[in-house]
Design a protein around this ligand. Structure first.
Ligand code: CTP
Length: 409
């Protein structure tokens, strides 16, 4: 991956957030990969990391002041803006995004962001309430409309003690987004989301309902999309697989979490729902471990349906990905059932596979696919799951580069 980086210059803008410390590790790892990293540290950013540590890790002078005479003579903020191949703002705070969206240039960071023609990647990080505030969301939408790319934020424990969306994307995810940006490949510039693996629906804190999905096919598709240059978010249920390289991976447990993570990963051009989402969840999972009571009958599990993620994504109106692919696991009448599923779910393509006993598909390394589209059925020979992923990505390339770019069906 480091080969891609040679000669590429990243301008890292570090604003004032508690996550600023992560940019030190990021700068070091980007340098290891062969990027040249220059840094701008905002006034607030310098409360969290020192210019000295950033300078040591980037091996470059750190720029801080719009009106520094020496800086303007040696470098000039316009040159800083012009020479970057990519500007990464991490952490992108609510305040910095607000100033960016209104076109302000009242410090070096915003002046450079206003003066640049380079692509801008924002890595937001802030308290959940600030992130969810309509003002922040409106600023974000405007910045996205103007072409800024976004990575994260992720959900989790925040430094402020709250739990929710607002954590700066992890360093490997920031690197994945940067590498996807520079990657050559037929799907460069496109965003994809892939669901993979099973979901766990809790019965109590130690028991759950699940299925035998290994996640191998979904993970292989995410990796193949990234290899073709797409920027990929993989939303994975619990699996025993490593996160694919070059892919932003979000780990979830339940179907509801998976749906929320999918919505968070939008907008996307391509969506592949390869996860074996549990169809039902417990109406009310027990908060404590359920105990056996001698002589009592086993507990009756009262179930309610989970949301259908594939159908939900297919029915998003304006936010709908251009090309949505689902899977159909069938044990008989494979094509007929899959065709009905295509209609019922409103997706564009279905990859139907025979999972009857003895087929070895669940957990195995091979798959035999029938690709169902509005045009008809294509029977693929038995292939490895990696070959299935590569063949599918080839079909994406054909569909999205054909004349009917908007309607890939
Ligand atoms: N799917 C989903 N959300 C669900 C259920 C399924 O996104 N709650 C997606 C799967 O990822 C897959 C497709 O829908 O792409 C499979 O649909 P499903 O109706 O679950 O098919 P089967 O597992 O084949 O189930 P069944 O035959 O029981 O209808």
């Amino acid at each position: 991956m480091g080969r891609l980086a040679s000669g590429k210059q990243i301008l890292l803008i570090v604003a004032g957030g508690i996550a600023a410390y992560k940019t030190l590790d990021l700068a070091r790892r980007l340098k290891e990969r062969g990027y040249r990293v220059r840094a701008i540290l905002t006034e607030a950013g310098s409360r969290f990391v020192t210019p000295l540590s950033l300078a040591a890790l980037t091996g470059e002078k750190v720029h801080q002041d719009l009106f520094s005479l020496t800086d303007e003579v040696e470098m000039g903020h316009i040159r800083l803006a012009r020479e970057a191949d990519l500007i990464l703002v991490a952490p992108a705070t609510a305040d910095l995004m607000a100033r960016m969206s209104s076109g302000m240039a009242n410090d070096l960071a915003t002046a450079v962001l206003l003066a640049t023609r380079a692509p801008v990647l924002l890595a937001p990080s802030m308290n959940t309430a600030m992130w969810e505030h309509p003002a922040t969301q409106a600023n974000l939408a405007l910045l996205q409309k103007r072409g800024c790319q976004i990575v994260g934020p992720q959900a989790g424990d925040l430094a402020c003690g709250e739990v929710g969306a607002g954590r700066l994307a992890e360093v490997p995810d920031l690197i994945a987004a940067i590498e996807a940006h520079f990657a050559p490949g037929p799907l460069k510039g496109l965003r994809a989301l892939v669901t993979s693996g099973p979901t766990h629906e809790p019965i109590d804190p130690v028991r759950f309902i699940s299925n035998r999905s290994s996640g191998k096919q979904g993970h292989a598709i995410a990796a193949a999309l990234a290899k073709a240059g797409a920027r990929v978010t993989l939303i994975s249920g619990p699996v025993a697989l490593p996160d694919p390289e070059g892919v932003e991976t979000v780990h979830v447990e339940t179907a509801l979490d998976m749906l929320a993570a999918c919505k968070q990963a939008l907008p996307a051009d391509i969506a592949v729902c390869a996860a074996a989402v549990a169809d039902w969840k417990l109406k009310s999972p027990a908060s404590q471990k359920m105990k056996k009571v001698k002589g009592a009958p086993p507990p009756a599990l009262s179930l309610s349906p989970n949301p259908d993620i594939l159908a939900t994504l297919s029915d998003l109106g304006k936010k709908r990905p251009r090309l949505i692919v689902g899977f159909a696991a069938e044990t008989e009448k494979v094509s007929a059932y899959a065709q009905a599923k295509l209609k019922a779910k409103g997706c564009d393509w279905i990859l139907a596979n025979d999972v009857s006993e003895g087929s070895g598909v669940f957990g195995g390394d091979h798959n035999k696919i029938h690709l169902i589209t509005a045009k008809g059925i294509e029977d693929w020979p038995q292939m490895s799951k990696q070959q299935v992923a590569e063949t599918l990505v080839q079909r994406f390339v054909e569909a999205l580069s054909s004349k009917s770019k908007v309607k890939a069906r």
